[in-house]
Design a binder for this molecule. Sequence first.
Ligand code: HEM
Length: 170
Amino acid sequence: MATNATQDEDKLVDPITERPGFDETESRIAISGHPIHAMSVAFPIALTFCAFGADLLYWWTGDAFWARAAIWAAGTGFGFGMLAAFSGTAELLLVSGIRARAAPWTHAIIAVTLLALLGASWAHRLYGYEEAVLPYGILLSGLSLVMVGFTGWHGGKLVFDYRLGTAKGS
Ligand code: HEM
């Protein structure tokens, strides 16, 4: 038995040495070592909150100003979200250690769901931004808020738990 166990141990392979580049996780899409993705996600996150807030204020006050603010927040949130997604996708495809892990692909799927909601929230308002708010505008901006929280939380996991995109220790 002991001999068989030793033979099994001999067959074990270290996945990290088997996959060259698995520990290469440093950001490539960066300015002076600062990842562009991390810098750009603040905009869609903040604008998603603004869109929901403006929808709530329109519901409360009935003032058209808030419906106009909501269409701008949803549209610019979608636009900046697309820009953030480009830098994130480049990071995902170009950095071998990020590409090889499952979690960043999960993050991409969550993020694309968020972008679809932001795009729908904006497009829905294009042909009458006041009538669009209730009920579907606020429903879409509320769902976007939930998804942006999930996306941001998961992105933070990638960086702070898995250390993806961070500089290697010296
Ligand atoms: C397909 C689209 C996306 C991909 C492939 C992607 C990929 C990544 C990757 C690889 C990281 C690790 C850090 C790095 O290497 O820069 C990351 C971090 C992060 N992502 Fe994304 N991402 C996408 C879209 C988004 C969007 C739309 C948001 C939010 C609106 C977002 C929020 C975050 C956050 C908050 C972090 C943590 C940044 C930090 O704290 O330093 N991501 N993402």
